[in-house]
Every structure is written in C-alpha cells, then in structure tokens.
Design a protein around this ligand. Sequence first.
Ligand code: NAP
Ligand code: ZN
Length: 352
Amino acid sequence: MFDAKAYSAASSTSPLASSTIPRREPTERDVQIEILYCGICHSDLHYVRDEWHSVMPAVYPCVPGHEIVGRVTRVGAEVTRFKAGDLAGVGCLVDSDHSCPSCQEGLEQFCQDMTMTYGSPDKQLGGVTYGGYSESIVVDERFVLRVPANLNLAGVAPLLCAGITTYSPMRHWKVGKGQKVGVVGLGGLGHMGVKFAHALGARVVVFTTSPGKKEDALRLGADEVVISRNPEEMLKHVGTFDFILDTVAAHHDINAYIHLLKRDGNITLVGAPEKALEVSAFSLIFGRRSLSGSPIGGLAETQEMLDFCGAHNITADVEVIPIQRVNEAYERLLKADVKYRFSIDMSSLKSE
Ligand code: NAP
Ligand code: ZN
C-alpha cells in the first residue's frame, strides 16, 4: 500500500479539499497510472452531494473522478497490454465479476457485481474505491483503455465517461445517415453527443435552454438549434425525430420531447436527475414510441469509441483548471456555465 495525494469531500455539504488516500501496490495484473487529466462529470457532483442517495448512497470521505487519462508508471508481472510510459485511460469501471452473462458479452456495465471507479466496495483494500481526483490510480489491466496518440490529452479524459455514455446508445439505436437525431442539453455529455451524431452521419438538432450556446452548437456539428423554452420552436418538430438523447441533469418535462419522435422513435435518457420524471402514457402510446435509459458502456465498446475518436479527430471541448478550482467549477456546472467540460490538470496537485 502507498499514499497518494487526492482531493476528497468529507460530507455532502463539505467542499472538496486536499487529502491523502491509500492505493494498493500493483498486483500481477495491475497497471499503475500517473493521472495527467481528470474530467469533471456532473455525476461527480451528484455523488459528492449525495443527490443519488436513494440509489447510490455516498460514502465519505469520497474521491470522485471517472474520466481519467494518464501515463503508466508500473505494471505487474502478468500484464501484457501495457508497459511503463504508455498512455492509458480509465473510465467509470475498475472491475466486474468476469463470469456473468453480461460480462461474457463484454457488457460489464450491466454486471451485478461491478466495481465502480469511486464509491464501490474495494475488494483489495476494504473501504471504498477512490476516483481520479488524485495523482495516481492502480487498476486491473482489463479495465485500462488504450489512448490514441494523436489526440489532445486534456480533451481525451472526458471521453472516458461523457464520450462512451453518448456513443453507446447511438450505436445501440443505430444512429446513422438519413436519420434526424436530437440532443437535449448542451453540457459535457450533450456536446459529445452532438459530435458523435454528426460524425455518424445523422442530421442533428440541439435542444438547449441557453440561447448563448447556439453558435457553439452549430460549430460542434448541429444542423439546427432549438431553444427548448420556446414552445413555438418546439412545435415545429412534432413527430419528426428517429432518436433523441436526453442528457439533462435536472428535473424537466420529457413529454415535450417524446412528442417530437416519429412512429417507433426512441428517446434515451442518459441524464440522471435526482427526482423522478413524469411520463405521459399517451405520448408513448400514440406512435408506439419508446423511452429507454443507458449507462456508460462496456470495455470493448469504450475502446471502439476511443479508436473512433482517434480516427475522426474527436475530443471534448475542455476548460482546463487546476484542482484548486474544483469547488468553483462545481458551482459553474450547476449554472450550465462550462464550454463544455472541465478537465483538471492533475500536475496542480503536486503543490499540495
Ligand atoms: P452538464 O455538463 O451539467 O450538462 C447538463 C446540461 O443540461 C446543461 O449544460 C444544460 O444544457 C442542461 N440543463 C441543466 N439544467 C437544466 C434544466 N433545469 N432544464 C433543462 N436543461 C437543463 O452535465 P453532464 O456531465 O453532461 O451530465 C448530464 C447528466 O448525465 C447528469 O445527470 C449526469 O449524472 C448524467 N450522467 C449519466 C451517465 C450514464 O451512464 N447514464 C454518465 C454520465 C453522466 P443547456 O444549457 O444546453 O440547456
Ligand atoms: Zn461520468
């Protein structure tokens, strides 16, 4: 065991602050990574403030962060895919049972016994796992991703959660040429959703509550932007969408979007607001429309997404901050004031 510097929260009302956490010595199959950048996901904020208490109660002290990119510093004797000096990525998962039907299909995100990067029981050290707001992490090589060499690393980090969470449902619902696709909310997930839908060849419409994001949405790949608070603009699109991805982090009216789907269209929720959303049965019944959810993605698909990003030169648009500004970043996230993901430069932790 060794100590690593980290930023942790002591309770749901405490700010994140400098601390140290234990990390295990790498075992035969482990990779130790020096973390270079870690994205700030809205899930980090939900978790730290215990907003998901009923589903995933927070355990304190907690160290969030599951959009991790870094450089391998040490590997165990049986590690074959990585060596010291390689770039490496870690997302929301660090282990699973490897034997259930989901794991056998490469869908580790559905494993009943998966270990999340933070807040899950730590099977080696006891206590809970600690995430990427830290100088290093030790992970089983099966949960470590290869990072394309041509991409900007600060912008790669968010691909490990925001990227795969938007890529996976688009692949599942076969987003492609000839389709009209909506993306609701232009934040960390939403802006990645726009980039992927555009790269997959769909016609993309962004729904935003922030009129100031219109120009950016077009630059990111949208063909059209709708200010969702304007009912007239919304009405123009009734019954026209093949697929809509809803990335909104707060309570909102999803029926307004279900109406916009064509017959047999699907809306997938990836945003995870604290409180339940109301669904009108009629908006689903008329048109045989469907409502789904989707969690992150499995390891194989996450690698596919990273390779797709390498081939299409896709990264997140990031505002790089030192770890010392993380609490301020959380407040700005709540105001939808980030273009479009905070990425923490972890070298800033050295001065703590
Ligand atoms: P984010 O960067 O804060 O973006 C959320 C966006 O939602 C905002 O930029 C804003 O876009 C819109 N929004 C915020 N408040 C709103 C409101 N009251 N009404 C309507 N729109 C509102 O968050 P994120 O990191 O992308 O995460 C989004 C959600 O996905 C969070 O709940 C997060 O926990 C969840 N998530 C789920 C998964 C999964 O596996 N399913 C993975 C990661 C994250 P506009 O300014 O354009 O309106
Ligand atoms: Zn996330």
